[in-house]
Design a protein around this ligand. Sequence first.
Ligand SMILES: C[S@@+](CC[C@H](N)C(=O)[O-])C[C@H]1O[C@@H](n2cnc3c(N)ncnc32)[C@H](O)[C@@H]1O
Ligand code: SF4
Ligand code: SF4
Length: 356
Amino acid sequence: MSTIERLEEIDLNITSRCNIGCSHCLFAAGPEKDDNLSLGEIESVLEDGRKLGAEEVHISGGEPTIRRDLEDVLRVADSNGYFVRLQTNMWAFTPEMLPLIAETTDEVLTSLDGLEASHDLIRKPGSFQRTTNSIDRLLDAGVRVVVITAVQRKNYQDIPKLVEFLSDKGVNAHFLFSVTPLGRATQEDVVSVTEWEKLVEKLYETYKAKDLSTDVVCELHHLRGDESFTFNGAECRLYTRNHAIVLPDGRVYPCSMFVTTDKFLGNIREESFEEIWSNSPVWSFYDNRINDPSCDNCKLIALCKGGCPGYSYLLTGDIAKHDPRCELGMYPVCPSWKLNLRKATLSCSTWRVMKR
Ligand SMILES: C[S@@+](CC[C@H](N)C(=O)[O-])C[C@H]1O[C@@H](n2cnc3c(N)ncnc32)[C@H](O)[C@@H]1O
Ligand code: SF4
Ligand code: SF4
């Protein structure tokens, strides 16, 4: 048995369809896709999730707002007592949806992938304006808004100005992630480790002493051995089993690093979510901790613990090998760890890293 805690959060990807089709989408979502969880399936995952202890649900896709039954989905999540986070590109968002969102949704996550020109190039012409207008309306209505930016070659230069623009607007949090080269994103879209480190350092210097209402939160790739951030519950999700990903075709994973592999724990179309999460035989694959003799003489092994098993598996085919992203003097960290620049706190859980 692993160091199982309790399930805390479910990422529920209710559709693979999308009304945009961004150039970097890791799910390669688009109008031609048609996997959807049924309302009944959503209901039973959410009910089982509560029995397993989950308190947060992140409703995403694809693009969830294109579902005609979005209202039912939000009401089921809300009535089961979840902290409900809806992630949307805002393309189909209308002011008429505001009362429903204010009533059922605790937080709206949306995406801005740069200033207007680069965002519209990556996403869709006109979408920057639509998204920023909707952000303003949601903030005016008192809804919490978190903006996510997938940092990539096409928008790297925009980031400092975008952070300033969003903190001036007063969004509750701005999350910066580096593009993962999966789906439609390629290695050419990815900014280098050095560029990422420079960006985080620049933002950290700008924001660390400021008393902002916006939490500026960055994904990390590497840490140096002498860095001293405050860690808050940062353990690999494969061992804590606190975060479930449910895909629109019903497959269940413990971490998004594995969603392109066949290592799903089970499919909710074949057995219940509770049964999958509690008893899947595939947990024995995830219980293989990194154990690589080539780390034996590394001074950073106590901090690094071999790095991210997801990267080990994706890049070497062996989950027990050390994470090949090792760099001289730096150790690779979980890409789900988020550094809150304002507070210098690091955590793997979204909710632990920002104030609410
Ligand atoms: C898959 S989308 C689904 C929700 C909604 N359609 C949207 O775009 O906000 C969820 C988030 O993942 C981000 N994303 C998509 N592909 C990515 C990739 N290859 N690497 C990192 N983030 C990615 C998107 O930019 C978005 O912020
Ligand atoms: S990132 Fe979101 S909006 Fe863009 S194609 Fe993927 S699902 Fe659609
Ligand atoms: S990204 Fe890697 S280190 Fe982080 S939870 Fe997933 S497998 Fe573990």
